[in-house]
Ligand binder design. Structure first.
Ligand code: IMP
Ligand code: MG
Length: 338
């Protein structure tokens, strides 16, 4: 498995299979272009590898030219194809072979074929290394196809995710994430617990509140609870390592979960990095963070009100409340950027 930015991919088409697909296309092209000297029009950037190998295997004279278009952002087509770099030679009366890395919706080849209309070419055929028949929405025949694939997002051999992965020799397929993981973020009293209840029901997620887990472990005198208590009794903060271990065991306890709502975690930069790498080992990650932002004076009012019924001593004293905001503002709020 490989990681490109936030996504994971696993090997899908081997180097040998890619070579075979390239060879099958070049064999057919060599057979069809015995009489003329074609122009290979390579669509940048993705088809650069395929075009290069194809031309090297072409056994007569030929020329090559490039055109650069853009439509993809991340793993989805924007549907709008724009020309980034135009033709640098006349294609009038030439036999053109349009070389693509992959044909998906067909928007790109349609846009290029329209541009070529004004060039008065003699003939134009389309060669693509990969073709997604289930995604193709146009009617232009694809003359040469190296390999058909399903509606998967792939990288390697020129194909990219946000510019990355082109240099891989094999083809890798996007590994779908099974989980929806949300971090709920906000100062004490913002309503994280309340919102977590709604989200948990609506998306069938497991809610992990580190405060609740601590209280539960301490109450049941688990080894972790006793360890945490030993720090708390001395008035020390529970070290990040202990909190992280506790969180990991909560996640592992719920291995069949659709995802988690992390509430009160991560609180420090160190915890955030640990959470990322812990989830990455499972091929998962944080899908989003919801930040609840509330004016501080209003928060004080709300917490004092909660203190009247919650029995939590830290909700009953304005100076203690202000101190928690201070902790939040100095240590936790900076995580928003992370
Ligand atoms: P279409 O315009 O939807 O046919 O998409 C064609 C272009 O989108 C290709 O030239 C690629 O740049 C990009 N593309 C489509 N599918 C993939 C994929 O699975 N991985 C990487 N790029 C892709
Ligand atoms: Mg392309």
């Amino acid at each position: 498995m490989i990681q490109l930015q936030d996504l994971f991919f696993h090997e899908f088409i081997s180097v040998t299979q890619v070579k075979e697909a390239v060879n099958s296309v070049s064999l057919k092209i060599n057979k069809d272009y015995k009489e003329t000297s074609p122009v290979f029009l390579i669509v940048l950037n993705g088809a650069f590898f395929f075009g290069s190998d194809l031309i090297k295997q072409f056994d007569r004279t030929c020329e090559m030219s490039f055109i650069k278009v853009a439509s993809y952002k991340g793993t989805k087509s924007s549907g709008v194809v724009s020309k980034v770099m135009g033709l640098d030679m006349s294609l009038k009366d030439r036999d053109v072979i349009l070389v693509e890395d992959i044909v998906d919706s067909g928007n790109t080849i349609e846009a290029i074929l329209k541009m070529l209309k004004q060039e008065h070419v003699k003939s134009c055929k389309i060669a693509t290394l990969f073709y997604k028949p289930l995604a193709y929405k146009k009617n232009y025949p694809i003359d040469y196809v190296g390999m058909e694939i399903g509606n998967d997002f792939i990288v390697g051999y020129g194909l990219d995710y946000n510019g990355l992965g082109r240099n891989l020799s094999a083809i890798y397929k996007l590994k779908p994430r099974k989980m929806k993981n949300i971090v709920l973020f906000g100062p004490p009293g913002a309503g994280k617990g309340t919102q977590a209840e709604y989200l948990k029901t609506k998306y069938q997620l497991v809610h992990i509140s580190t405060g609740d887990v601590f209280r539960h472990n301490i109450k049941n005198e688990t080894p972790l609870g006793l360890l945490a208590k030993s720090y708390m009794d001395k008035g020390d903060l529970v070290p990040d390592e202990v909190t992280i271990e506790m969180l990991k065991s909560e996640v592992d306890k719920n291995s069949k979960a659709h995802g988690f709502i992390f509430d009160g975690f991560p609180r420090t930069h160190y915890q955030a990095a640990a959470l990322d790498s812990f989830l990455a080992d499972k091929g998962e990650g944080i899908n989003g963070m919801v930040a609840l932002e509330v004016d501080e004076d209003l928060l004080v009012e709300r917490l004092l009100k909660r203190g009247e019924t919650s029995g939590r001593s830290d909700d009953q004293d304005e100076s203690k409340i202000r101190n928690r905001f201070n902790e939040y503002n100095t240590k936790t709020a900076v995580l928003k950027d992370y």
